[in-house]
Design a binder for this molecule. Sequence first.
Ligand SMILES: [Zn+2]
Length: 493
Amino acid sequence: MGLTVSRQDTVSSTDVRQMNSETHEAEALPLHVGQRSQMKRLCRIMRSKLQEVSQGKREALQDCQELAQRLEALLDDASSRRGARSSSKELMPQEVKDWLTKQWTESSARLGEDLSPIRGAGATLRSSRAPFGPELMEVLDKVGTPDIDVVAVQGQPEVAGNVTTVLFMYTLTNGGVFDQLPAETLADPMNAELFQDRLLKFVAAIEQAYLDVPYHNNMHAADVMMMMHSFLLSSNMSWISPIEHLMCLMAAVSHDAGHDGVNNMFHVKAQSLVALRYNDKSVLENMHCALAFELMKENEDLNWLGLMNGAFPPETPGGAPLDLRPHLRRSIIEMVLVTDPTKHNVLMENLKGLVQAKSLPGSHVSLSDPKQKQDAFNVLLHSADVSNATRKLPVALYWSRQVLLEFWAQGDQEKSLGLEVSPLCDRASGMKSVPQGQLGFIGFIVRPLFLELSRLLPEASQLVEQLGQTEEYWKEKKAVNASFEESFALLDR
Ligand SMILES: [Zn+2]
């Protein structure tokens, strides 16, 4: 069986009308960038296979059929999400795009001659007219602290659903990250304006790649990025370079891109395309990371990494210059891949190693030890990723409810597909034991992690204190056997 290229297959005008209407339907689908780039890739392969067919290689016909099936599966997937996406997060509205672009362009155009292109940009932007209302400015004031509430930012009308992009821009400029980048960051320092532009466009595109699922959506990306930023500002992180700071933000922002609201276990059980592609290993994490780099590869105007210096001056005299591009790529990949929850125990061991190294006299996380540095980045991203319960109570509760809703939706889907329901994903039993489930997660994962973290970053002891309050709350709810509604009643007030 296979496609035949013969007169019998001449396409009729009815077929053309049908195809046109299907094409229009496909164009109207809210494909995220990962799906779009996957489809483009499949089409490219199909074209070359068709070429082979026309050259008489009949074995390529089977390949064409398989490619068509994969394209169909991607379209089906996008169709099933259509309702969900159109109902909440807006695609970035043109006026926000215009405003963001204008902010960056103006700030760069007014650079003083005595400042390096990189160092001047943030300061100039800060002095420009604030485009935000007082309410949003008040919330944004908390950027750099664990008290930043991304749900509140997302709720502001000026943000128009683009919480990640807005917070990224604010962090980069008002947070001083951009100010501190050395001019040698770029291969050509005159490209500072283009670099800013690409960073911002990349984050906006990554934000669009997040789907409207209850938990792993663009707000989670913004939340993890913000927590990571606050960790990096710790007094014990003064060893981190501005380039590494930027890199960690980019890893955080990308770390769950394209997450479809079901976990690795689901993908493996369902033998989804993504599980097949990554051979059942850290399936989602591989996909998130690949998606970020594919975006840059396929869209030059998003490729901020490509502008970075291939010969960054060595840290020590006589050392070899560093090509920042593969260096940052490697580090981002590692950070994102270890956000796979099954890596928790390894990360705990790494964290203990860092704490021990720090406690030895005269020893600290060393700039000259790449493994120690990478361990620190990995541990911080993982900690930011599971930090929900360490936040102020209403924020902690909000995230707890969202993650449960996502787990239970997965369980529902597993039931409907006749698959075994994954642990924690059964709605009926989960609803009856919300406080117990929360206490279990805090006790096994969050508390040990943050206790150890507070030995590395003194500021994290505040988070341990806050975690104690969250635990108290859940103990009280457990004592009265609180239902799901009673557990989260605070959020409805
Ligand atoms: Zn995450």
